[in-house]
Ligand binder design. Structure first.
Ligand code: GLN
Length: 488
């Protein structure tokens, strides 16, 4: 297979010594510095560490040492992934000044492979949002049109990767935060099966949903990064040993593959987005796949289930920010209680406060059965609905988002309206399934549209291959989406 992903391309250039890792890193750092004014993708650049790693890669190359596929590749991490010695804020005022004393497992893995961290990427505060605009640093912009958002919550990573300020990045996805910004920015985002990638060192939002995954410029890149990070980790009690490498499955024939299309996912989807999806399904048919239309009525429960359970978990997880153990503390207070109260009032933004309050409410004695318990039961219903679906199809194909990237400030108007836009992404997190967003053309507004493929638990090899087959077949269009002023 001729490499087309940007990671193997850079790898080839480094190994053939057409460019040194130091030169390459300087180019990316320069772009990151200058373009960040326009895109606000990074909240912190890490030039010293980046150039140190680059020098080490150059030394190893000169010595003829065997390097990993990710060695020397300029990349970024969402700012909720802990980096030892580098400030990690979750883009919240309450964590300003917080510097972790350990690395998240995913970063430890990438560091050992000599990946080059360009900087920490912008995000919605504590990963709560769909536009990146709840960030205390202001939102990241979309490289396709800076009057549009990059999406959220991993908007900074998507903006950096689509804008060529990093070759790949890691985001986190609790209800769509990898797939939705990837869709908005015309790139690839993979939310792995729950348990496939360690969450150790990922600052928790809703622990039974959170999962780290790659945001890349191609499926090939996503498979390479996934293979590197999908490892069992004893430091995460929900980590699994079942994840299988995906890269070696790319290129397998998909003749006879059954693609399920649940009609409920298309309710309320914008016509131009629907049209792009229909075209993608035609591409699959031309590759010999079979389209199986079916119905999944329980999808209607997914938004309330997600917002009840995610807020409940968030209200518990965010209880640890009390001004004593981490980050910022209010300046003036009379006693401990006032200190905690003022720190939390000043440190958290409006969306985070809303979710802590909602979560506390649904867990409170009088309402636990009516909300939390009911949502847990319905979570089981949704899990079973997906199991039934995968009994008669191999993958499910749906839109990633019912629309294209929002204009700036769109989500400030109404929180519930914004929650509704997560309709196509949250079911995957509820059921712990893998989902990938792949660019599949443009809407009437010339903004990218994403095709979302969903697989059964731990089916990443087949899922990524299904995405790869589409991307290969639709390559020219896809590449129109990603070639937005390439560095190389
Ligand atoms: N937009 C969703 C939310 O606001 C998803 C966020 C996420 O996946 N972190 O909760």
């Amino acid at each position: 297979m001729e490499p087309y992903g940007i990671i193997p391309k850079i790898g080839k250039l480094l190994r053939s010594k057409e460019i040194s890792c130091t030169e390459l890193t300087k180019q990316y750092l320069h772009s990151a510095e200058t373009e960040n004014k326009r895109l606000n993708a990074y909240v912190k650049l890490t030039p010293e560490a980046a150039l140190k790693t680059a020098a080490e890669v150059d030394r190893k190359l000169a010595a003829g040492e065997e390097l990993s596929p990710l060695a020397g590749i300029p990349m970024t991490l969402k700012d909720n992934i802990s980096t030892n010695g580098i400030e990690t804020t979750c883009c919240s005022k309450i964590l300003r000044g917080y510097t972790p004393i350990y690395d998240a497992t995913v970063w430890d893995i990438l560091k050992r492979q000599d990946a080059v961290l360009i900087g920490k990427a912008n995000m919605d505060e504590f990963a709560m949002g769909s536009s990146c605009e709840t960030s205390c640093f202001g939102g990241a912009r979309n490289p396709h049109n800076t009057e549009r958002v990059a999406g959220g919550s991993s908007g900074g990573v998507a903006s950096a990767v689509a804008g060529n300020l990093a070759a790949f990045g890691l985001g986190s996805d609790t209800g769509g935060s990898i797939r939705q910004p990837a869709s908005f920015c015309g790139i690839v985002g993979l939310k792995p099966t729950y348990g496939a990638v360690s969450r150790y060192g990922l600052i928790a939002y809703a622990s039974s949903f959170d999962q780290i995954g790659p945001i890349t410029r191609s499926v090939e890149d996503a498979a390479l990064v996934y293979d590197a990070i999908a490892k069992y980790d004893p430091m995460d009690s929900t980590s699994s040993e079942k994840a299988q490498p995906a890269f070696s499955s790319l290129g397998k024939d998909i003749k006879g593959m059954k693609i399920g299309v649940p009609k409920e996912y298309f309710d309320g989807v914008r016509e131009d987005v629907k049209a792009a999806l229909q075209n993608a399904l035609k591409v699959y048919e031309s590759l010999g796949a079979e389209i199986v239309d079916f119905s999944m009525p329980s999808i209607q429960y997914s938004l309330p289930v997600y917002y009840i359970l995610a807020c409940a978990e968030a209200s518990s997880n965010l209880g640890r920010y009390d001004g004593i153990r981490y980050g910022a503390r209010t300046e003036h207070y009379a006693d401990r209680d006032e200190m905690i109260c003022k720190t939390r009032s000043e440190g958290f933004g409006a969306e985070v406060k809303r979710r802590i309050l909602l979560g506390t409410y649904v867990l409170s004695a009088g309402y636990y059965d009516a909300f939390y318990k009911k949502a847990q039961n319905l979570r089981g219903t949704l899990i079973r609905a997906f199991e039934d679906a995968f009994a008669h199809c191999d993958v499910i194909a749906v839109p990633t988002v019912p629309m294209t990237a929002f204009p700036l400030n769109f989500t400030a108007q109404d929180a519930v309206e914004t929650y509704l836009t997560d309709i196509c992404t949250v079911p995957v997190n509820i059921a712990g399934l893998p989902g990938i967003s792949v660019p599949c053309g443009f809407g009437g507004d010339s903004m990218p549209v994403g095709l979302q493929l969903i697989g059964a638990r731990f089916s990443e090899p087949a899922l990524l291959n299904a995405a790869f087959q589409y991307e290969q077949a639709a390559r020219r269009d896809v590449f129109r989406a990603v070639e937005t002023g390439v560095v190389l």
